[in-house]
Design a protein. Structure first.
Length: 465
Protein backbone atom coordinates (compact mmCIF):
# COMPACT_ATOMS: atom_id res chain seq x y z
CA UNK A 1 0.00 0.00 0.00
CA UNK A 2 1.42 3.38 -1.05
CA UNK A 3 0.43 6.54 0.80
CA UNK A 4 1.17 10.15 -0.06
CA UNK A 5 1.27 9.53 -3.80
CA UNK A 6 0.35 12.07 -6.43
CA UNK A 7 -0.68 12.07 -10.06
CA UNK A 8 2.96 12.13 -11.20
CA UNK A 9 3.72 8.98 -9.16
CA UNK A 10 0.79 7.14 -10.72
CA UNK A 11 1.87 8.13 -14.24
CA UNK A 12 5.44 7.00 -13.55
CA UNK A 13 4.57 3.72 -11.85
CA UNK A 14 1.53 2.65 -13.86
CA UNK A 15 1.85 4.60 -17.11
CA UNK A 16 3.68 2.08 -19.28
CA UNK A 17 0.83 -0.49 -19.46
CA UNK A 18 -1.56 2.33 -20.34
CA UNK A 19 0.73 3.72 -23.07
CA UNK A 20 1.15 0.25 -24.55
CA UNK A 21 -2.57 0.08 -25.33
CA UNK A 22 -3.58 3.72 -25.82
CA UNK A 23 -2.48 6.45 -28.22
CA UNK A 24 -2.12 9.96 -26.85
CA UNK A 25 -2.75 13.22 -28.63
CA UNK A 26 0.02 15.81 -28.86
CA UNK A 27 -1.36 17.89 -25.98
CA UNK A 28 -1.83 14.79 -23.83
CA UNK A 29 1.77 13.74 -24.47
CA UNK A 30 3.00 17.21 -23.55
CA UNK A 31 0.97 17.29 -20.35
CA UNK A 32 2.14 13.76 -19.43
CA UNK A 33 5.83 14.63 -19.90
CA UNK A 34 5.48 17.86 -17.93
CA UNK A 35 3.68 16.27 -14.98
CA UNK A 36 6.18 13.41 -14.74
CA UNK A 37 9.16 15.78 -14.91
CA UNK A 38 7.74 18.38 -12.50
CA UNK A 39 10.00 19.04 -9.48
CA UNK A 40 12.54 16.42 -10.56
CA UNK A 41 16.16 16.73 -11.75
CA UNK A 42 14.87 16.65 -15.34
CA UNK A 43 13.94 20.35 -15.07
CA UNK A 44 16.95 21.45 -13.08
CA UNK A 45 16.73 23.33 -9.84
CA UNK A 46 18.35 25.75 -7.48
CA UNK A 47 20.21 25.53 -4.20
CA UNK A 48 19.11 26.88 -0.86
CA UNK A 49 21.94 27.64 1.52
CA UNK A 50 22.00 28.62 5.18
CA UNK A 51 24.68 31.24 5.70
CA UNK A 52 24.93 30.32 9.36
CA UNK A 53 26.05 26.69 9.08
CA UNK A 54 26.42 26.11 5.34
CA UNK A 55 23.68 23.49 5.00
CA UNK A 56 22.60 23.16 1.35
CA UNK A 57 19.27 21.95 0.05
CA UNK A 58 18.41 21.34 -3.60
CA UNK A 59 14.96 22.40 -4.81
CA UNK A 60 13.85 21.29 -8.26
CA UNK A 61 11.88 23.49 -10.63
CA UNK A 62 8.21 23.08 -11.47
CA UNK A 63 6.80 22.42 -14.95
CA UNK A 64 4.13 25.20 -14.87
CA UNK A 65 1.83 23.09 -17.05
CA UNK A 66 -1.80 24.00 -16.44
CA UNK A 67 -2.75 20.32 -16.06
CA UNK A 68 -0.21 19.66 -13.30
CA UNK A 69 -1.69 19.43 -9.77
CA UNK A 70 1.62 20.56 -8.23
CA UNK A 71 1.72 23.88 -10.09
CA UNK A 72 -0.38 27.00 -10.45
CA UNK A 73 -0.77 28.13 -6.84
CA UNK A 74 0.84 31.55 -7.35
CA UNK A 75 -1.03 32.08 -10.62
CA UNK A 76 -4.28 31.13 -8.90
CA UNK A 77 -3.70 33.63 -6.10
CA UNK A 78 -2.91 36.38 -8.62
CA UNK A 79 -6.07 35.53 -10.58
CA UNK A 80 -8.16 35.54 -7.42
CA UNK A 81 -6.79 38.92 -6.32
CA UNK A 82 -7.49 40.43 -9.75
CA UNK A 83 -11.08 39.13 -9.80
CA UNK A 84 -11.76 40.47 -6.32
CA UNK A 85 -10.70 43.94 -7.46
CA UNK A 86 -13.27 43.74 -10.29
CA UNK A 87 -16.23 42.94 -8.03
CA UNK A 88 -19.01 45.52 -7.91
CA UNK A 89 -20.92 46.36 -4.69
CA UNK A 90 -24.02 44.41 -5.77
CA UNK A 91 -25.37 40.90 -5.12
CA UNK A 92 -23.88 38.21 -7.32
CA UNK A 93 -25.35 35.02 -8.76
CA UNK A 94 -23.73 31.66 -9.45
CA UNK A 95 -25.09 29.89 -12.53
CA UNK A 96 -24.08 26.54 -14.00
CA UNK A 97 -24.91 25.46 -17.57
CA UNK A 98 -24.50 21.72 -18.19
CA UNK A 99 -24.35 19.78 -21.47
CA UNK A 100 -26.25 16.46 -21.66
CA UNK A 101 -23.95 13.44 -21.34
CA UNK A 102 -25.05 12.24 -24.76
CA UNK A 103 -22.76 14.94 -26.16
CA UNK A 104 -19.69 13.63 -24.31
CA UNK A 105 -18.60 11.70 -27.39
CA UNK A 106 -18.07 15.00 -29.19
CA UNK A 107 -15.32 15.91 -26.75
CA UNK A 108 -13.15 13.03 -27.98
CA UNK A 109 -12.18 14.44 -31.38
CA UNK A 110 -14.00 17.77 -31.46
CA UNK A 111 -13.36 19.17 -28.00
CA UNK A 112 -12.27 22.59 -29.22
CA UNK A 113 -15.42 23.02 -31.30
CA UNK A 114 -17.67 21.69 -28.53
CA UNK A 115 -16.22 23.94 -25.84
CA UNK A 116 -16.26 26.99 -28.14
CA UNK A 117 -19.93 26.42 -28.97
CA UNK A 118 -20.70 26.04 -25.28
CA UNK A 119 -19.05 29.36 -24.40
CA UNK A 120 -20.84 31.08 -27.26
CA UNK A 121 -24.28 29.68 -26.41
CA UNK A 122 -24.04 30.56 -22.71
CA UNK A 123 -22.71 34.07 -23.36
CA UNK A 124 -25.38 34.78 -25.99
CA UNK A 125 -28.10 33.48 -23.66
CA UNK A 126 -27.07 35.68 -20.76
CA UNK A 127 -26.59 38.72 -23.01
CA UNK A 128 -30.03 38.22 -24.56
CA UNK A 129 -31.79 38.01 -21.20
CA UNK A 130 -29.88 41.01 -19.86
CA UNK A 131 -30.72 43.14 -22.90
CA UNK A 132 -34.45 42.35 -22.55
CA UNK A 133 -36.13 45.28 -20.78
CA UNK A 134 -38.48 42.80 -19.10
CA UNK A 135 -35.56 41.64 -16.98
CA UNK A 136 -32.80 44.26 -16.96
CA UNK A 137 -32.35 46.10 -20.25
CA UNK A 138 -28.60 46.60 -20.11
CA UNK A 139 -25.17 45.00 -20.22
CA UNK A 140 -24.20 42.31 -17.74
CA UNK A 141 -20.86 41.71 -16.04
CA UNK A 142 -19.98 38.02 -15.91
CA UNK A 143 -17.16 35.48 -16.01
CA UNK A 144 -17.39 31.95 -17.41
CA UNK A 145 -15.17 29.05 -16.29
CA UNK A 146 -15.17 25.68 -18.06
CA UNK A 147 -15.18 22.46 -16.05
CA UNK A 148 -15.29 19.07 -17.76
CA UNK A 149 -15.20 16.66 -14.80
CA UNK A 150 -17.08 15.16 -11.90
CA UNK A 151 -15.52 14.36 -8.56
CA UNK A 152 -14.65 10.83 -9.74
CA UNK A 153 -13.05 12.28 -12.92
CA UNK A 154 -15.93 11.17 -15.08
CA UNK A 155 -16.85 13.44 -17.97
CA UNK A 156 -19.32 16.17 -17.02
CA UNK A 157 -19.03 19.22 -19.29
CA UNK A 158 -20.41 22.41 -17.77
CA UNK A 159 -19.76 26.13 -17.45
CA UNK A 160 -19.76 28.07 -14.20
CA UNK A 161 -20.92 31.67 -14.48
CA UNK A 162 -20.37 34.36 -11.87
CA UNK A 163 -22.84 37.12 -12.76
CA UNK A 164 -23.26 40.53 -11.18
CA UNK A 165 -26.82 41.22 -10.06
CA UNK A 166 -27.76 44.03 -12.37
CA UNK A 167 -26.86 45.66 -15.66
CA UNK A 168 -25.52 48.95 -16.98
CA UNK A 169 -27.88 50.67 -19.41
CA UNK A 170 -26.85 52.63 -22.50
CA UNK A 171 -27.43 55.94 -20.69
CA UNK A 172 -25.11 54.96 -17.82
CA UNK A 173 -27.72 53.95 -15.23
CA UNK A 174 -27.54 50.77 -13.16
CA UNK A 175 -30.60 48.51 -13.22
CA UNK A 176 -30.95 46.06 -10.31
CA UNK A 177 -33.01 42.85 -10.49
CA UNK A 178 -35.65 41.72 -8.01
CA UNK A 179 -34.11 40.67 -4.69
CA UNK A 180 -32.79 37.12 -4.87
CA UNK A 181 -33.79 36.72 -8.54
CA UNK A 182 -31.89 37.24 -11.77
CA UNK A 183 -33.51 35.31 -14.67
CA UNK A 184 -36.10 32.48 -14.83
CA UNK A 185 -34.18 29.21 -14.86
CA UNK A 186 -36.55 27.26 -17.15
CA UNK A 187 -36.48 30.00 -19.76
CA UNK A 188 -32.67 30.13 -19.50
CA UNK A 189 -32.51 26.37 -20.05
CA UNK A 190 -34.66 26.40 -23.19
CA UNK A 191 -32.93 29.40 -24.78
CA UNK A 192 -29.52 27.92 -23.96
CA UNK A 193 -30.52 24.59 -25.51
CA UNK A 194 -31.85 26.24 -28.66
CA UNK A 195 -28.79 28.42 -29.19
CA UNK A 196 -26.36 25.55 -28.63
CA UNK A 197 -28.19 23.15 -30.95
CA UNK A 198 -28.49 25.78 -33.69
CA UNK A 199 -24.72 26.44 -33.48
CA UNK A 200 -23.96 22.71 -33.38
CA UNK A 201 -26.03 22.08 -36.50
CA UNK A 202 -24.16 24.82 -38.36
CA UNK A 203 -20.83 23.26 -37.32
CA UNK A 204 -21.80 19.75 -38.44
CA UNK A 205 -19.52 19.76 -41.49
CA UNK A 206 -16.47 20.39 -39.28
CA UNK A 207 -17.16 17.56 -36.84
CA UNK A 208 -15.52 14.14 -36.72
CA UNK A 209 -18.29 12.81 -34.47
CA UNK A 210 -19.78 9.57 -35.84
CA UNK A 211 -23.36 10.82 -35.60
CA UNK A 212 -22.50 13.82 -37.80
CA UNK A 213 -21.79 11.53 -40.78
CA UNK A 214 -25.29 10.06 -40.95
CA UNK A 215 -28.46 12.08 -41.50
CA UNK A 216 -30.62 9.63 -39.57
CA UNK A 217 -28.20 9.43 -36.63
CA UNK A 218 -27.92 13.22 -36.57
CA UNK A 219 -31.70 13.68 -36.53
CA UNK A 220 -32.11 11.06 -33.80
CA UNK A 221 -29.44 12.78 -31.69
CA UNK A 222 -31.16 16.16 -32.00
CA UNK A 223 -34.57 14.66 -31.25
CA UNK A 224 -33.19 13.13 -28.06
CA UNK A 225 -31.49 16.38 -27.06
CA UNK A 226 -34.70 18.38 -27.54
CA UNK A 227 -36.79 15.90 -25.60
CA UNK A 228 -35.63 17.11 -22.18
CA UNK A 229 -34.85 20.42 -20.55
CA UNK A 230 -31.15 21.00 -20.08
CA UNK A 231 -29.80 21.50 -16.60
CA UNK A 232 -29.24 25.13 -15.59
CA UNK A 233 -28.51 25.94 -11.95
CA UNK A 234 -28.87 29.45 -10.57
CA UNK A 235 -28.47 30.62 -7.01
CA UNK A 236 -27.40 33.67 -5.06
CA UNK A 237 -24.48 32.35 -2.95
CA UNK A 238 -24.85 32.84 0.80
CA UNK A 239 -21.17 33.72 1.12
CA UNK A 240 -21.30 36.31 -1.62
CA UNK A 241 -19.12 36.44 -4.76
CA UNK A 242 -15.95 35.81 -2.76
CA UNK A 243 -17.25 32.33 -1.91
CA UNK A 244 -17.82 31.48 -5.58
CA UNK A 245 -14.45 32.90 -6.60
CA UNK A 246 -12.73 30.83 -3.94
CA UNK A 247 -14.51 27.71 -5.18
CA UNK A 248 -13.71 28.39 -8.84
CA UNK A 249 -10.09 29.30 -8.10
CA UNK A 250 -9.33 25.77 -6.90
CA UNK A 251 -9.23 24.62 -10.52
CA UNK A 252 -8.63 27.78 -12.53
CA UNK A 253 -4.95 26.89 -12.93
CA UNK A 254 -5.10 23.12 -12.66
CA UNK A 255 -7.37 20.46 -14.12
CA UNK A 256 -9.72 17.87 -12.64
CA UNK A 257 -7.84 16.79 -9.52
CA UNK A 258 -5.44 17.83 -6.78
CA UNK A 259 -2.91 15.48 -5.23
CA UNK A 260 -4.60 15.89 -1.83
CA UNK A 261 -7.60 13.91 -3.08
CA UNK A 262 -5.47 10.90 -4.03
CA UNK A 263 -5.43 8.89 -0.81
CA UNK A 264 -3.07 6.15 -1.96
CA UNK A 265 -2.48 3.21 -4.29
CA UNK A 266 -3.09 -0.42 -3.27
CA UNK A 267 -1.25 -2.49 -5.87
CA UNK A 268 -3.00 -1.40 -9.06
CA UNK A 269 -5.98 0.25 -7.36
CA UNK A 270 -6.12 4.03 -6.84
CA UNK A 271 -8.09 5.33 -3.87
CA UNK A 272 -9.69 8.71 -4.50
CA UNK A 273 -11.65 10.93 -2.11
CA UNK A 274 -14.81 12.38 -3.67
CA UNK A 275 -17.76 14.47 -2.55
CA UNK A 276 -21.06 12.68 -3.20
CA UNK A 277 -23.53 15.36 -4.30
CA UNK A 278 -26.35 12.79 -4.44
CA UNK A 279 -26.07 12.24 -0.68
CA UNK A 280 -25.68 15.69 0.80
CA UNK A 281 -22.08 16.20 -0.38
CA UNK A 282 -20.84 13.52 1.98
CA UNK A 283 -17.25 12.48 1.42
CA UNK A 284 -16.53 8.92 0.38
CA UNK A 285 -13.70 6.89 -1.14
CA UNK A 286 -13.81 5.66 -4.74
CA UNK A 287 -11.51 2.87 -5.95
CA UNK A 288 -10.54 2.35 -9.58
CA UNK A 289 -7.71 0.65 -11.40
CA UNK A 290 -4.72 2.79 -12.32
CA UNK A 291 -5.34 2.49 -16.06
CA UNK A 292 -8.92 3.69 -15.65
CA UNK A 293 -7.76 6.55 -13.44
CA UNK A 294 -5.19 7.67 -16.03
CA UNK A 295 -7.72 7.42 -18.83
CA UNK A 296 -10.24 9.51 -16.93
CA UNK A 297 -7.68 12.20 -16.16
CA UNK A 298 -6.61 12.46 -19.81
CA UNK A 299 -10.21 13.14 -20.82
CA UNK A 300 -9.82 16.59 -19.31
CA UNK A 301 -6.62 17.70 -21.04
CA UNK A 302 -7.58 20.87 -22.87
CA UNK A 303 -6.86 21.65 -26.53
CA UNK A 304 -3.68 23.58 -27.15
CA UNK A 305 -4.07 27.26 -26.31
CA UNK A 306 -7.73 26.96 -25.38
CA UNK A 307 -8.86 29.61 -22.88
CA UNK A 308 -11.24 28.10 -20.37
CA UNK A 309 -11.70 31.30 -18.34
CA UNK A 310 -13.44 34.07 -20.26
CA UNK A 311 -14.92 37.44 -19.32
CA UNK A 312 -17.94 39.05 -20.96
CA UNK A 313 -20.08 42.16 -20.89
CA UNK A 314 -18.60 44.89 -18.71
CA UNK A 315 -15.61 42.61 -18.07
CA UNK A 316 -14.84 42.15 -21.76
CA UNK A 317 -11.15 42.90 -22.29
CA UNK A 318 -11.68 45.58 -24.96
CA UNK A 319 -13.17 48.25 -22.64
CA UNK A 320 -13.09 46.71 -19.19
CA UNK A 321 -11.56 49.66 -17.33
CA UNK A 322 -13.99 52.17 -18.81
CA UNK A 323 -17.02 49.90 -18.30
CA UNK A 324 -16.19 49.16 -14.67
CA UNK A 325 -15.59 52.85 -14.00
CA UNK A 326 -18.99 53.67 -15.49
CA UNK A 327 -20.67 50.96 -13.42
CA UNK A 328 -19.05 52.21 -10.21
CA UNK A 329 -20.08 55.76 -11.06
CA UNK A 330 -23.67 54.62 -11.55
CA UNK A 331 -23.54 52.76 -8.24
CA UNK A 332 -21.75 55.69 -6.53
CA UNK A 333 -19.08 53.24 -5.45
CA UNK A 334 -15.43 54.21 -4.91
CA UNK A 335 -12.72 52.86 -7.16
CA UNK A 336 -10.80 49.89 -5.75
CA UNK A 337 -7.53 50.57 -3.98
CA UNK A 338 -4.62 50.69 -6.44
CA UNK A 339 -2.37 47.69 -6.62
CA UNK A 340 0.66 48.30 -4.45
CA UNK A 341 3.87 47.24 -6.19
CA UNK A 342 6.59 47.12 -3.60
CA UNK A 343 10.10 48.01 -4.69
CA UNK A 344 12.93 45.58 -4.08
CA UNK A 345 14.57 47.99 -1.64
CA UNK A 346 11.38 48.44 0.37
CA UNK A 347 10.78 44.70 0.41
CA UNK A 348 14.26 43.95 1.68
CA UNK A 349 13.96 46.62 4.35
CA UNK A 350 10.63 45.17 5.50
CA UNK A 351 11.66 41.52 5.68
CA UNK A 352 15.18 42.19 7.00
CA UNK A 353 14.03 44.44 9.80
CA UNK A 354 15.31 47.81 10.85
CA UNK A 355 18.77 46.53 11.78
CA UNK A 356 19.81 45.90 8.18
CA UNK A 357 20.63 48.37 5.45
CA UNK A 358 19.88 47.62 1.81
CA UNK A 359 21.81 48.65 -1.26
CA UNK A 360 20.62 47.88 -4.79
CA UNK A 361 23.54 47.66 -7.18
CA UNK A 362 23.48 47.77 -11.00
CA UNK A 363 23.63 44.57 -13.00
CA UNK A 364 27.10 43.17 -13.56
CA UNK A 365 28.43 42.95 -17.13
CA UNK A 366 28.21 39.51 -18.66
CA UNK A 367 31.97 39.19 -19.18
CA UNK A 368 32.56 39.85 -15.49
CA UNK A 369 30.25 37.01 -14.53
CA UNK A 370 31.51 34.62 -17.19
CA UNK A 371 35.02 34.84 -15.81
CA UNK A 372 36.40 33.18 -12.70
CA UNK A 373 33.36 32.76 -10.44
CA UNK A 374 35.35 31.58 -7.45
CA UNK A 375 34.27 28.66 -5.34
CA UNK A 376 30.49 28.06 -5.26
CA UNK A 377 30.95 26.10 -2.06
CA UNK A 378 31.75 29.24 -0.10
CA UNK A 379 29.79 31.67 -2.25
CA UNK A 380 32.81 33.79 -3.18
CA UNK A 381 33.45 35.29 -6.57
CA UNK A 382 35.39 38.29 -7.90
CA UNK A 383 32.15 39.47 -9.51
CA UNK A 384 29.85 38.85 -6.57
CA UNK A 385 32.16 39.18 -3.58
CA UNK A 386 31.33 42.87 -3.32
CA UNK A 387 27.71 41.91 -2.69
CA UNK A 388 28.52 40.27 0.64
CA UNK A 389 31.25 42.28 2.29
CA UNK A 390 30.07 42.99 5.79
CA UNK A 391 27.52 41.84 8.31
CA UNK A 392 24.23 43.76 8.51
CA UNK A 393 24.21 45.08 4.94
CA UNK A 394 22.13 43.37 2.23
CA UNK A 395 23.43 44.08 -1.27
CA UNK A 396 21.38 42.90 -4.29
CA UNK A 397 22.68 42.94 -7.86
CA UNK A 398 20.19 43.83 -10.57
CA UNK A 399 19.12 40.88 -12.67
CA UNK A 400 20.36 38.46 -10.00
CA UNK A 401 17.96 36.79 -7.59
CA UNK A 402 19.65 36.20 -4.24
CA UNK A 403 18.56 35.16 -0.78
CA UNK A 404 19.73 35.96 2.72
CA UNK A 405 19.58 33.94 5.94
CA UNK A 406 18.77 36.22 8.85
CA UNK A 407 21.12 34.40 11.18
CA UNK A 408 24.09 36.06 9.43
CA UNK A 409 22.56 38.68 7.12
CA UNK A 410 24.88 37.92 4.19
CA UNK A 411 24.04 37.41 0.56
CA UNK A 412 24.79 33.83 -0.40
CA UNK A 413 24.64 33.14 -4.16
CA UNK A 414 24.81 29.62 -5.54
CA UNK A 415 24.74 28.02 -8.94
CA UNK A 416 21.54 27.28 -10.79
CA UNK A 417 21.63 23.61 -11.82
CA UNK A 418 20.17 23.93 -15.32
CA UNK A 419 21.47 26.45 -17.90
CA UNK A 420 18.33 26.15 -20.01
CA UNK A 421 16.16 26.68 -16.97
CA UNK A 422 18.18 29.78 -16.01
CA UNK A 423 17.37 31.39 -19.31
CA UNK A 424 13.65 30.56 -19.16
CA UNK A 425 12.94 31.23 -15.49
CA UNK A 426 14.95 34.41 -15.04
CA UNK A 427 17.87 33.08 -12.99
CA UNK A 428 20.96 35.08 -13.88
CA UNK A 429 22.37 34.10 -17.27
CA UNK A 430 25.92 33.63 -16.12
CA UNK A 431 25.26 30.95 -13.54
CA UNK A 432 24.37 32.40 -10.18
CA UNK A 433 20.85 31.32 -9.34
CA UNK A 434 18.00 32.21 -7.08
CA UNK A 435 17.63 30.80 -3.61
CA UNK A 436 14.41 30.28 -1.68
CA UNK A 437 10.82 31.55 -1.64
CA UNK A 438 9.78 33.85 1.20
CA UNK A 439 9.33 32.29 4.61
CA UNK A 440 10.93 28.91 3.95
CA UNK A 441 12.80 27.60 6.98
CA UNK A 442 16.19 25.94 7.25
CA UNK A 443 16.29 22.80 9.39
CA UNK A 444 19.67 23.80 10.83
CA UNK A 445 18.78 27.07 12.52
CA UNK A 446 14.99 27.34 11.99
CA UNK A 447 15.29 30.88 10.71
CA UNK A 448 13.46 32.13 7.62
CA UNK A 449 15.37 32.60 4.39
CA UNK A 450 14.70 35.98 2.82
CA UNK A 451 14.05 36.44 -0.86
CA UNK A 452 13.26 39.26 -3.23
CA UNK A 453 9.59 38.31 -3.37
CA UNK A 454 9.70 36.57 -6.76
CA UNK A 455 10.87 39.61 -8.73
CA UNK A 456 13.17 38.51 -11.52
CA UNK A 457 14.50 41.82 -12.79
CA UNK A 458 15.73 44.30 -10.24
CA UNK A 459 16.38 48.04 -10.77
CA UNK A 460 19.52 48.91 -12.70
CA UNK A 461 20.12 52.24 -10.99
CA UNK A 462 22.38 52.54 -8.00
CA UNK A 463 20.34 53.19 -4.85
CA UNK A 464 22.66 53.16 -1.85
CA UNK A 465 21.01 54.43 1.34
Amino acid sequence: MAHGVGLADILRDHGQPYLASHALSAVQEKAWRAIVACRTPALGGHVECCDHCGVLRHVYHSCRNRHCPQCGTRAKEAWLAARRRELLPVPYFHLVFTLPHSLNGLAGGDSRTLYTLLFGAVADTLDEFAANSRWLGGTLSFTLVLHTWKQDLGQHIHLHALVAGGALTADGAWVAPKPGFLFPVRALSRVFRGKFLDALDLARDRLRFDAARSDSAWCNLFAALRRHDWVVYAKQPLGGPAQVLEYLSRYTHRVAISDERILGVDGNIVRLRVRDSAHGNRKRVVRMDAGGFIGRFLLHVLPKGFKRIRHYGLLGPAHKAANLAAARAALEAPAPDPVVVESVEAFMRRVAGGGHRVAVLPALPERAIRGDRGDPADGTSPSVAGAAVRHGVLLIHAGLRLGVCTCRGRVRPHRCDSPSRRRSSGCFYAGWGCLAPPGRLFPCCSRPLLHNGGLTYLPTTLQSP
